[in-house]
Design a protein around this ligand. Sequence first.
Ligand code: A2P
Length: 270
Amino acid sequence: MNVLAKPADLEDAAPAGAFVQEVTAVQHYTDHLFKFRMTRPASFRFRSGEFVMIGLMIDGKPLYRAYSIASPSWDEELEFFSIKVADGPLTQHLQKIQPGDAVLMKKKPTGTLVNDALVPGKRVYMFSTGTGLAPFASLIRDPDTYEKFDQVIVTHTCREVAELKYGLDLVEATKNDPLIGEMAQEKLIHYTSVTREDYPFKGRITDLIESGKLFTDLGVPPLDPAIDRGMICGSMDMLKDTKALLEKAGLNEGANNKPAEFVVERAFVG
Ligand code: A2P
């Protein structure tokens, strides 16, 4: 089944409420992970950390999945970090996209992993596993994040070392970025750990929090609700377990209409 099309092919067939955009770049990291960039509609506004529905026309019908936008709100293109699943209804096709191909995007972004959903603090932790890094890829490239916090700690845990590559490249590029590089060099800390291969930092983030090793490794005091803030993005189980640890440390869950000390968003899979 050939579901990939060019934007011009979809001009007349575009579903209502969706933009038809053009892929500009694709990079594959492992058998299970890739990133793509695409054009951004001039009228499309979002807050760094939000997600949007991304899709393809399959059998004449649009099929969408939620994707966190990995690029910051000021970027003129949009970036996404995706898993690849051999029999995934969307990603079995999406993983084959190439520059020039068309991708559908619904018009309304949403989400809770935004700076406005956190009360002011000194240090923000962004806890991620797998493609859960995506919303933080957006937030660590947004100057607002550095204006709000003195220290921005992004943790990324994956099963295998190769899965860390997107994040490692991203942080290096961010620190060399003409707009935010200086702020990132001063405030951004990237903490990576791996669970199923040898690596200097081993283990689930939940175990590293619980044992205190995370804080020792970082050289910071344990979680303190007076100054520490959290954002969590990963699998359902990871969210549940990490949230429980933040609550145990005295942090409360917030939302857009009720900012508090931490916020949660599930990493979407397709
Ligand atoms: P592990 O290898 O011990 O399962 P997944 O691909 O399953 O979403 O996993 C991505 C990463 O998240 C893996 O390193 C995995 O560790 C870790 N992980 C899975 N479940 C949890 C959980 N409940 N709490 C914290 N980390 C988790």
